[in-house]
Design a protein around this ligand. Structure first.
Ligand SMILES: Cc1cc2nc3c(=O)[nH]c(=O)nc-3n(C[C@H](O)[C@H](O)[C@H](O)COP(=O)(O)OP(=O)(O)OC[C@H]3O[C@@H](n4cnc5c(N)ncnc54)[C@H](O)[C@@H]3O)c2cc1C
Length: 363
């Protein structure tokens, strides 16, 4: 798909970013006028992700469609398990996720868009300006730039949001993430294992291992500004193979970022006629790194604000409707000092499994 002369110049809403936040926002906003949804990637995109769909994401999606069974991998569901590697302590929780391939999931979400949403890939928002009457958005595609006016701009352009920067709001710091897709020389247990080990150093937050049909994902999450993360990921995989010899060769490695939310001030709903949804708005679990439900739910609120309010009232409506999400982030932030400290991680090993399970469900 590309930006070309077929695109008519006027849209009620322009959405930058065709992730779950942008798609959900576009679907809702389309109730009240034409929507242009652009993404700098070619579509369907390939977003680095564990593909773990939380119950809250599923419920958010239920408002428009049920996640089809065809999207589920083998195993279709996995429970979250906390694993203190060095002390060989495993705590299985009742927290259950749908296990999907993220490319297929995002492609399915795109298929839900109604016909009055024009979707254009390989097109980046490079700038915008707003007046009391509306927003003019500069979109770049194939080396040429086009100015497109709209009543409302929704920035759903992820962790390094150009829209957020354009409002003069600093982007949130980001974790460095690495994911390897490895072959499996034998089955591994059907869990979403979240693994804490001490040997990788203090800039290592945690690793995760999830079976994905014929392959498994091995992910590592590092605190912002970690140096040589690729070497640390190699080291982590070597250590994991000592107890999980089924983890075979890496067939693909991805490097990405995810929000490192540290304050409720990181949440920024927007300014004037510009709304920020999903990671662009700082909406993500600060404790679990789960972001799809936050993207879906904040995107829904942004699109609903467009559908139910006049252009001048949309930001106020969006701020009101996302206040519960901001409150949820504020509550989760209270756990961070415990979760990130060596002592907290050590003590977790002594906490009875049903209590760990209960706490994890709230993160
Ligand atoms: C390694 C990793 C594993 C993860 N695993 C999970 C998981 O298992 N479960 C879970 O719930 N969450 C997970 N997350 C988090 C989750 O993927 C994100 O929080 C979620 O995708 C955010 O959705 P979004 O719509 O806000 O942004 P994104 O999905 O990041 O989409 C933003 C889109 O904006 C586009 N874009 C960027 N700049 C521009 C621009 N200037 N103009 C136009 N388009 C632009 C990008 O190409 C991108 O497609 C993971 C994240 C990482 C990095």
């Amino acid at each position: 798909m590309r930006l070309d002369s077929e695109i008519r110049p006027e849209f009620e809403t322009i959405v930058a970013g065709a992730g779950p936040a942008g798609i959900m926002a576009a679907i809702q906003a389309a109730q009240t006028g034409r929507v242009l949804l652009v993404d700098s990637s070619s579509l369907p995109r390939d977003k680095s992700c564990g593909g773990m769909i939380h119950e809250h994401a599923r419920k958010g999606l239920d408002r428009i469609a049920k996640v089809p069974d065809e999207l589920l991998l083998d195993p279709g569901h996995v429970n979250f398990r906390y694993w203190d590697w060095d002390r060989s302590i495993k705590k299985t929780t009742a927290l259950r996720f749908l296990n999907v391939n993220r490319i297929a999931f995002d492609d399915w979400m795109l298929s839900l868009l109604p016909s009055n949403v024009e979707v254009v890939g390989s097109t980046s928002l490079v700038d915008f300006s707003q007046t009391p009457k509306g927003v003019t958005v500069s979109l770049k595609s194939n080396g040429s730039t086009q100015e497109v006016p709209c009543a409302t701009l929704i920035g759903a352009d992820g962790a390094r949001s150009a829209v957020r920067r354009g409002l003069g709001v600093e982007n949130v710091a980001t974790y460095v993430t690495l994911q390897d897709f490895v072959t499996l020389d034998g089955a591994i247990e059907p869990f979403f294992d979240c693994i804490y080990m001490r040997d990788i150093g203090d800039d290592f937050a945690y690793a995760y291992v999830v079976p994905k049909g014929e392959t498994a994902i091995i992910g590592s999450v590092f605190y912002p500004k970690t140096r040589r993360p690729h070497l640390k990921q190699d080291q982590c995989i070597d250590i994991l193979r000592t107890k999980l010899p089924q983890l075979g060769d890496s067939v693909k490695r991805e490097a990405s970022v995810a929000l490192h939310v540290r304050s409720v001030a990181d949440v920024a709903p927007g300014q004037g006629r510009v709304l920020l949804a999903g990671e662009a708005g700082g909406f993500m679990s600060p404790t679990s790194g789960e972001g799809i439900s936050y993207a879906i739910n904040s995107g829904y609120c942004a699109g609903q604000a467009v559908a139910t309010s006049g252009p001048d009232d949309r930001l106020a409506e969006y701020t009101r409707s996302t206040s519960a999400i901001a409150g949820n982030i504020r509550r989760k932030l209270r756990w961070l000092p415990i979760m990130e400290s060596r002592t907290g991680k050590y003590v977790a090993g002594f906490v009875p499994t049903p209590i760990v399970s209960k706490i994890t469900e709230g993160l």
